[in-house]
Every structure is written in structure tokens, then in C-alpha cells.
Ligand binder design. Sequence first.
Ligand code: OSB
Ligand code: MG
Length: 369
Amino acid sequence: MKITGVELRRVGLPLVAPFETSFGSQTDRDILLLRVVTTDGEGWGECVAMSAPVYSPEYVDGAADVLRRFLVPALAAAGPVEAPQVAQVLAPYHGHPMAKAALEMAVLDAELRASGMSFGSYLGAVVPSVPAGVSVGIMRSIDELLAAVEGYVAEGYVRIKLKIKPGWDLEPVRAVRERFGDDLLLQVDANTAYRIGDARHLAQLDPFDLVLMEQPLPEDDVRGHAVLAGLIKTPVCLDESITSARSAADAIALGACAIVNIKPGRVGGYLEARRVHDVCLANGIPAWCGGMLETGIGRAANVALAGLPGFTLPGDTSASSRYYARDITTPFVLDKGHVAVPTGPGLGVDLDQEFLAEITTATEWIRFS
Ligand code: OSB
Ligand code: MG
């Protein structure tokens, strides 16, 4: 299989509702998609970088820039490579895991489509569908939050994650716990909004029997998370801090996390994400698949990954309708709280070419000589 070129395609999609986290509010997404064209067909990748560097240092214009300037040319210069070598080829360039992940994903999709194998089979999914959780943003009022959670529970979501920040933590958690009862799987995500000095405050969440508390402290404060874990009862889960299989092994060894959120974009690709999974499984650490508000392209691969045996907690693998009124692929739907792992070749989803053309804001073709 020879790559003949890579297309960078920007698409704009409105979210069905504003999504607010401790780092800001989003109403629309500006997404970078990659299309790798080969002599045996094409493959698609989705870059999960957001418009601004507020979750991690990457942002969509930066990702496009590093891809066109360095990463795509490095791949072009490398000659014939298969997906497992892509990360090695890109390794001389530091950082930019989301940009690298998108490129590896597109190459892998092209290969798998050409060979007729699905992402799920390739990665090692062992189930036909995965349980779906939903991440619920910070709202203007507790009433608004309760109405949103009620809607998701009615749809069948099996786990609710509340975004928290100082000033929006104890009250929303108490309200949701009181309204929906002790059986609801409930967890929180702070996106680094607290400091170790807030340990006593965070311990006030102990009585609510949360599944986990995700990334309360800054991403580089791994030791702080280990200290915090000794001061609160809620299991600590890391998201932003886990950037590779090695950092996952380190965080686990330090006692900084009892649970890991695995996001392929954050760790540089689906193959490294699988290695993070392997580290968690070997250490008896529950893992779950995080999300970055992906379209059906990224969602297809996430759902496949979430089918691996170490993903023992429901992920942020929600249905397409939680994010977009119309997805760019066959939509992912909720069926008894589960989302099906695609079985077709590659990502296993059909692109809605007409809609894709409608929402495309820019394209750029990088030809391999
Ligand atoms: O921290 O998990 C996060 C969305 C964007 C950036 C970071 C996060 C999130 C979410 C939503 O929580 C996950 C999803 O449903 O895709
Ligand atoms: Mg998170």
C-alpha cells in the first residue's frame, strides 16, 4: 500500500447545547479531519484538538500547522510504512500527540479497510457493544442540571459524569444524588481546577459514593494526586496527566490513580492507547474510554477501543445525538444504554459525503511525490 497524499479538511459543526467545563464553554466545534489516500483506497482520521489550548497545549490551527510542516512530510519521506511504524516515524518531533494520533488513525483506517478488518477486531475488542456514559457540563442552575441529567437517564445512559469546578461541586453532586438515588453511577471531572490545598474541600464529596473523581489537580501534579488519594475516599482517576503507557505505569506505581481515563488523542494514537490499556489491565487498574466530543469518525474508533477487556467502566462514548443534531457518519445510537462496536472494514462507518461537503470550511491537499 502506497500513500499518494493526505488531505487536511476542516469542518464546522454546532453542538446541540453549549458544553461548559472548568476551562470554558463551547457552542461549536472546528474540527480537523485527515484523509489519507493510498493506492488501495483511503482512510480517515479525526484530530481531537480543540480550538484553543485550554484542555492541553494543542489547538486545531497548531495541529494543522505541525501536520503540514513536519508530520505529513516526515511520513512522505519515510517511504512505505504500516500503521505500527507511524509513531516511530513521527517521534523526532516532540509533543503534538493529537496531531500524531490523527495521522496514525487515518493510516490504520486505510490499511484495515483495504484488508477488510474492523478497528474492533484489530485492537482486540471482545464485546459487540459498550456501555455508554455521558459527560454533563456545568450549567447555570441546579434546576437546569437536574433537567439535563433527567433527560440523559431517560435515554438510558448508564453513568453520569458531572463537570465540576470551585463553586460548582458539592451542591450539584448532592442535588443529583438526592434526585436520582444511590444506584446511579455518578462521577465528577474537574479538568485540573483544584489544588492540593483543596483536599479537605474535596473530601466533602466522600459521602456521595462517587465512582471516581477525574483529574482534580494540574496535569503535572502527579505526586499531588497521590497525596490527595490518601486524604479522600473517592477513587482518583487521571485524564490530562496520562500522556503515554509509561506515564500511566508511573502514575499507578506512585499511587496517583486508582482508575485511568484513556483518550487516544492525548497519548498519541490508538496503538499507544492500547498499550495504556495493557498497563492498566496488568496492574488491576480499571480503565474507561474518554471522549473529546468526537464526530462519528473518532467515535467509531473510540467505541472499538472501549470493547477491549480492560475497559471495565462505562466510557464517555455517548450517542451522536448527545453532541450533534446531524453527524457526519451513520449516527451512533443508544440501545439499552449501549453503543454498538462497528464491524465493517476499518472504522466501519459510512461518511455522509453530502453533509461533509456542506460543513467543510477548508481543504488542503499534500501530495506525496
Ligand atoms: O475532560 O473528559 C474531558 C470534552 C472535551 C475535553 C475534555 C473532556 C471532555 C468531556 C466530554 O468530558 C467527553 C465526551 O463526551 O466526548
Ligand atoms: Mg476529563
